[in-house]
Write a protein that binds this ligand. Structure first.
Ligand code: PLP
Length: 449
C-alpha cells in the first residue's frame, strides 16, 4: 500500500471513531426510556453507529451517484430475499412506476401492457400502487378487499377478468400477505403478470405447497420502499426485484434513462461492443451509450442512501421479529375489546412482518373511529389511516370519476367500510413493551373500559 493510501485509511479510521463517538453522545436513543405523554410515533428509523459511519464513509468517497455501496446493497438484498436481480431506486413509488413500465415494453410481445389494457388492483391502499397504471393510460380494475386481512377479495378475481386483462398489481397490506396462492393461480391460469407491491411487507413470509418464500418474490416483480417508517430505511429509497432476466433488463433500462446499454455509472464500454452495433434507424456504430430502447426515467438512488441501506440490511431479520413480537403483545392486550373492535388476522399460510397494527371500529357500537384516533393523538400516540381508504373518493379522481379511465367490480363495500372505520398504530422495533401497553391502555380508556 502506498503512503498516501495508508494515510487515507488512517484518516478514515480516525473519522469513523469520531462519528461513533458523536452517535453515542448525540444520536443514540433508548427505546425503554418512556414517561406517559412522551411521543409514540407509528414508525420511525431505528439505527446505530453503523448506519452513520457508513453514511460518512460514503460521503468521504464523494462518489455521490450509484457506486460500491449500491452494488453491495443490490447483491445482498437479492441474496437475502432469494431473488436473482435487485435494482435500487430512489423511492417505493419509483419502484412501482418502473415495475409497471417494464411491463409496457414491446420486447414482451403479446404480453406487453398497452394503453387501454386492464390491470386488476384494489382501491384501498397507497396511491402510487395504481398511479403508474393510469398515468400510462391503462385501466385499473378495482376489486373489493376483505376484512380482517385488508387484502384483495380473491373471490372477485374471475369477475374482474376481461379480454383486456394483462396484470394484477397489488400491495400486501401493512405486512399481511394477500392470498398469494389464489392470486398466483389466477395469474398463471390467465397468463397475467403479477406485481407485488411489497413496500409495507419486507420480511413477510408466505408458504405455498410446502415452499416458504419472502413476499415480493412470488410474483413476476416485487417492489420495496425504504422511506423511514418502512422495515428498513435509507431516507428515501426503493427497490425493484425479479427472477426474470428480461424483466431485469427492462427494469434497469427504465430506471436509467431508457438506455439500451448496461454500463455501470462511470464505466464505458462494459459490453465491449460500444461502437459496432446498429439500432433503430441510427447509423452503424452509433455510440451504444446513447442508444435509447425505451422512453425511460432517471430514478436511481445515491451511494450515500445505499450505504445506510447496507447497515440496515444486517438488521432486517431482527426488525421483523421485533415487529411480530410488538404486534402479538398489542393483540393480546386488546383481545377483550372484540365486541367493539375488529382485530387483525394474519393471512393463512403467512408469517407477516407487520408494518402496523390495524383496527376497525365496529359500526353502531357507540364509539367512532375518530373518537379513538383523537383520544390516541391527544395522548401523543401517532395514528394512521389505511392510506387512501378508497382512492376513487379522492380529489385526484375528480376528473376521472364515472369515466372509462377505470372500472369497478361490483361494489367496494369493504373498501368504504375501511375508509370510514379503520385506523392503525405502530409496531416498529423502536417501541418497548411499556409503550405498547400504554397504547392499549389509552384505547381501552377511550372505549370506557
Ligand atoms: C403500499 C405502498 N406502496 C408504495 C409506497 C410508496 O413508497 P415511497 O414513499 O418510498 O414512495 C408506499 C409508501 O408508504 C406504500 O405504503
Amino acid at each position: 500500500m502506498s503512503n498516501k493510501m495508508e494515510e487515507q485509511k488512517a484518516a478514515r479510521e480516525e473519522i469513523k471513531k469520531l462519528v461513533e463517538d458523536y452517535y453515542n453522545r448525540f444520536l443514540k436513543t433508548d427505546k425503554n426510556e418512556f414517561s406517559e405523554g412522551d411521543r409514540i410515533p407509528y414508525a420511525g428509523r431505528v439505527f446505530d453507529e453503523k448506519e452513520v459511519t457508513n453514511l460518512v464513509d460514503s460521503a468521504l468517497d464523494f462518489w455521490l451517484t450509484a457506486g460500491r455501496y449500491t452494488d453491495e446493497f443490490e447483491t445482498r438484498f437479492a441474496q437475502l430475499l432469494g431473488v436473482k436481480y435487485a435494482s435500487l431506486v430512489n423511492s417505493g413509488s419509483s419502484a412501482n412506476l418502473i415495475a409497471f413500465m417494464a411491463l409496457t415494453a414491446r420486447e414482451l410481445g403479446d404480453r406487453q401492457i398497452k394503453r387501454g389494457d386492464e390491470v386488476i388492483t384494489v382501491a384501498c391502499g397507497f396511491p402510487t400502487t395504481i398511479a403508474p397504471i393510469m398515468q400510462y393510460g391503462a385501466i385499473p380494475v378495482f376489486v373489493d378487499v376483505a376484512v380482517p386481512q385488508y387484502n384483495i377479495d380473491v373471490t372477485q378475481l374471475e369477475k374482474a377478468l376481461s379480454s383486456k386483462t394483462k396484470a394484477v398489481m397489488i400491495a400486501h397490506t401493512l405486512g399481511n400477505p394477500f392470498d398469494l396462492k389464489a392470486v398466483k393461480e389466477f395469474c398463471e391460469k390467465h397468463n397475467l403478470w403479477l406485481v407485488e407491491d411489497n413496500c409495507d411487507s419486507l420480511g413477510s413470509e408466505y408458504t405455498i405447497d410446502g415452499e416458504t418464500r419472502y413476499t415480493g418474490t412470488w410474483g413476476d416483480i416485487g417492489t420495496s420502499s425504504f422511506y423511514p417508517p418502512h422495515h428498513i430505511t435509507m431516507g428515501e429509497g426503493g427497490c425493484v426485484y425479479t427472477n426474470n432476466a428480461l424483466l431485469n433488463k427492462l427494469i434497469k433500462s427504465y430506471r436509467d434513462w431508457g438506455r439500451d446499454c448496461v454500463c455501470p455509472p462511470g464505466k464505458d464500454n462494459f459490453c465491449g461492443r460500444r461502437f459496432d452495433g446498429q439500432f433503430g434507424q441510427l447509423p452503424v456504430g452509433y455510440d451504444h451509450k446513447y442508444v435509447y430502447s425505451h422512453l425511460g426515467y432517471n430514478l436511481k438512488a445515491t451511494d450515500m442512501q445505499a450505504a445506510v441501506g447496507c447497515a440496515q440490511l444486517d438488521k432486517l431479520v431482527s426488525f421483523a421479529d421485533a415487529r411480530r413480537a410488538n404486534w402479538e403483545r398489542l393483540k393480546n392486550n386488546l383481545q377483550d375489546l372484540q365486541d367493539v373492535l375488529t382485530l387483525p388476522e394474519p393471512a393463512e399460510g403467512s408469517r407477516p412482518s407487520w408494518f402496523g397494527f390495524i383496527i376497525s371500529v365496529r359500526e353502531n357500537c357507540g364509539v367512532s373511529r375518530n373518537d379513538i384516533t383523537k383520544a390516541l393523538e391527544a395522548h401523543n400516540i401517532q395514528t394512521r389511516l389505511l392510506f387512501s381508504g378508497n382512492i376513487i373518493k379522492h380529489p385526484c379522481f375528480d376528473e376521472f370519476r364515472d369515466t372509462d379511465a377505470y372500472r369497478v367490480v361490483s361494489d367496494l363495500k369493504a373498501t368504504d367500510y375501511i375508509m370510514n372505520n379503520t385506523f392503525w398504530i405502530g409496531v416498529y422495533p423502536g417501541l418497548s413493551d411499556e409503550k405498547i401497553d400504554y397504547m392499549a391502555k389509552v384505547i381501552k380508556e377511550a372505549l370506557g373500559r
